[in-house]
Design a binder for this molecule. Structure first.
Ligand code: ADP
Ligand code: MG
Length: 424
């Protein structure tokens, strides 16, 4: 069968790489993909937003399964269009993707269905929001309701900071329609964890957990980014906590969406805070996490395509996982997450051991066939190991051999697992 992956980042490279290994699959297409994926997928020059052209391509090429990577096309209703055309697609319809598209919707759903999350209120009026803020005090979290490319959340340490965020969002319309509404949310203390599941209606098949590193610099300092690295498993968080999160968060959320007439098909991603009162939801996403997917899929021994087809076919597949750890480090272009440099030549990738995984995001090939940076996160390099420590050492050993002017990466990916005693 032929499989189509929609998107162009590291997550989609990892999906292509994993799908390509399936004995069921004859050909993998990536639309639009990136130059770094060409060893595992055929590129299709159609943008994620070109719904009719994508549907046409899938029909003409008899694509048996389409996986939609990013949230934007899901929120634009791409999965709806594929289903209307009778195509098999793994990704939620517009109405179900609202769990990611509107934080106010997600919070109201959680409140109504008793899913543990931070206390909150939703505002469209600046003065009302200010009154609530005075009442609650700081620290407090201010969130734009809609998609804001990872820039719509302010964890405010003071009332003044929160007020400034409210002003920007509600009065100055910093994110346009996306900040016409804001969520003011209780600050939760604890450790963050990413837990994804394959979902079809009420059926929930959890994947292995991962932890990502959102801040740009070592020690979780500096500006927020799309993610500077990730690792899986997360050995210092007890398995009972993960099971509790599946039972109290993922399963009830899938059930709630069915009850609301918005059944979900695809990857439901729970961003969790492990608080002293147990796991609580920070946010839901409606697709594979990036970079988490790039360290979780390499641990999956089962055939992803077979697993997805079984999920869609009213079966309940079990997934086999390696005990091995995977640590993935993002190399980003100079300046990221601000305006970043482009055009720097990346050398040494082809000299790495074939056991090392390199998933491309912000790279392209120049006329000499060399990889160059195109801005933002360039690639993620992932290594395996029997422990987080050995996987981490292997990843950094390889990164030291990659040469690229101006590129930077964090040197401490996985440190949270290593502070704690790890029993393999
Ligand atoms: N209630 C909260 N308490 C503490 N930290 C939070 C809270 N909500 C969000 N954060 C922090 O802000 C980050 C981004 O928030 P999130 O809701 O995941 O938004 P997005 O990923 O859409 O930017 C989280 O990963 C977390 O570190
Ligand atoms: Mg998030």
């Amino acid at each position: 069968m032929k499989v189509l992956i929609i998107g162009r980042g590291g997550r989609e490279h990892a999906l292509c790489w994993k799908v390509k290994q399936s004995p069921l699959v004859s050909e993998v297409f990536a639309a639009p993909g990136n130059d770094g994926m060409e060893d595992v997928a055929a590129r299709v020059p159609i943008q994620e937003s070109e719904q009719e052209t994508l549907v046409q391509f899938a029909l003409e090429n008899e694509i048996a399964l389409t996986i939609i990577g990013p949230e934007a096309p899901l929120l634009e209703g791409l999965a709806d269009r594929f289903r209307q055309a009778g195509l098999t697609v793994f990704g939620p319809n517009r109405a179900a993707a609202e769990i990611e598209g509107s934080k106010a919707f997600a919070k109201d759903l959680m409140r109504k269905h008793g899913i543990p999350t931070a206390e909150y209120a939703v505002f469209e009026d600046y003065e009302e929001a200010r009154t609530y803020l005075q009442e609650k005090g700081a620290p407090i979290v201010v969130k734009a309701d809609g998609p804001a490319s990872g820039k719509g959340v302010i964890v405010a340490q003071t009332i003044a900071e929160a007020e400034a965020a409210l002003r920007e969002m509600l009065l100055e319309h910093r994110f346009g329609e996306a900040s016409a509404k804001v969520v003011l949310e209780e600050f939760m203390e604890g450790e963050e964890l990413s837990l994804m599941a394959l979902v079809h209606g009420e059926k929930v098949i959890p994947l292995e957990p991962a932890q990502d590193h959102k801040r740009a610099y070592d020690g979780d300092r500096g500006p927020n980014t799309g993610g500077m690295g990730a690792y899986s498993p997360v050995p210092h968080i007890p398995i009972t906590i993960i099971e509790q999160a599946v039972e109290t968060i993922l399963k009830p959320c899938a059930r709630a969406l069915v009850q609301e007439g918005r059944p979900f098909t695809g990857v439901l991603y729970a961003g969790l805070m492990i608080t002293k009162d147990g796991p609580k939801v920070v946010e839901f996403n409606a697709r594979f996490g990036d970079p988490e997917t790039q360290v979780v899929l390499p641990r999956m021994e089962s055939d992803l395509v077979e697993v997805i087809l079984r999920v869609l076919d009213e079966q309940r597949p079990t997934i086999n996982w390696t005990e091995e750890a995977v640590v993935g480090v993002v190399a980003a272009a100079e300046g990221y997450p601000g305006k970043s440099e482009t055009g720097a030549v990346i050398q040494g990738l082809d000299e790495l051991s074939p056991a090392v995984l390199v998933f491309h995001a912000g790279t392209a090939k120049n006329q000499q066939g060399q990889f160059v940076t195109t801005g933002g996160r360039a690639f993620l390099l992932a290594s395996r190991g029997t422990t987080i420590q050995t996987a981490k050492d292997a990843a950094y050993g390889c990164l030291e051999r990659v040469r690229c002017p101006g590129i930077y990466y964090r040197t401490d990916i996985g440190y949270r697992a290593l502070k704690n005693r790890f029993v393999p």
